[in-house]
Ligand binder design. Sequence first.
Ligand code: LLP
Length: 417
Amino acid sequence: MSGFPYFDYRGNELYAESVSLSQIARMFGTPCYVYSCTALTHTYQAFDAAFAGRDHLICYAVKANSNIAILNLLSRLGSGFDIVSGGELQRVIKAGGDPQKTVFSGVGKSSEEIRMALAADILCFNVESEAELIVINQIASEMDKIASVSLRINPDVDAKTHPYISTGLKENKFGIPINDAERIYTSSQELTNIHFTGMDCHIGSQLTELDPFKQASNRILSLLDRLEAKGIAVDHLDLGGGLGIRYAEETPPSIEEYVTSLCASADQCNKRILIEPGRSLVGNSGLLLTKIEYLKHTPDKNFAIVDAAMNDLMRPALYDAYHEILPVNKNQGKDEFYQIVGPICETGDFLGHDRKLSLVKGDLLAVMSAGAYGMSMSSNYNTRPRAAEVMVEGENIHLIRERETINQLIATEKILP
Ligand code: LLP
């Protein structure tokens, strides 16, 4: 058993649904991201079902994995989207997603991006500062539009996660301090091209406990009560994303527990609930397939040098994140401890440390839980073309992004005349 229901062993070989990963490597080469369509579908459906009929909208956080095949699949399942750039909006539109189910988050929306989002008639801007509110009002007025707005509240709650991905503390750059929000909602009623339709918060990512979510929603709900007492009402409550997944030993709440708890917190208010899950929707629906180029044994360490690197999956280098690494073909040799490293010229270029495996040059490895913040954070460092992406659906294999070519990488560069 691999521990990953949609990526499991048949005999000694690891499969994605009904397709062997060796076959995918033969067809498309490595490194290659592989996603399970069934895993994605079932995970989305688990979120949807957990709302048990309550008015809601799931706005998938596009940044977690923005391949348009994934956006299209989620859109067909009924999903909305949380975007943070004009580029992500264009992806949603190209994928057939509905702008009317799209919210726009982020601390630094440019005027051009605001214009693009107003032209597309998105559902709502999640506004992160007073200054941004004024710019949106101005642009909406020039375009003769009314912008639907939710204020992103910074509730000052400790998400108890990696500091780089904690966003709801008062010292973080995100959102509007909760103590300023009431004044801004009230004083901004005179902005004639703004219509306040919601209130939102997002306190961080990879949360493995429910308590911080509960604290944040309680603070938001009491703010909502204070506003309603002043005659200011909104239609929806957006409780952000952030539910963690199991990479190693974590035991995050299930999707059902998480959604049920959010709904219970918001029980007394009868508003539509929005959520913005990213990682928990796609993280364990994908893996990164890589091949061992060389084995190198030194007096201190054993290295397995693979063809994927920090440019393909940045999380270990950036957050010291752990990803399970499984052999695609289990062999019967002796286990040794290996450093699984890439070809990039940095000591930080590793995918895993001290992994006990039996390896032979040419073997394939699967770096698990790589569906979220894998491909979407990849780069071309060391002039490495980005990996191919493949989606498996039962026995069917779909190439959803071709491997980049070196020519594509240098096509827009110019030598001085
Ligand atoms: N909504 C907003 C406004 C966000 O900023 C994020 C993530 C999400 C939703 C989705 O959060 P999720 O459900 O995925 O936790 N690169 C990091 C994660 C950064 C998350 C940034 N914001 C990583 O690889 O762990």
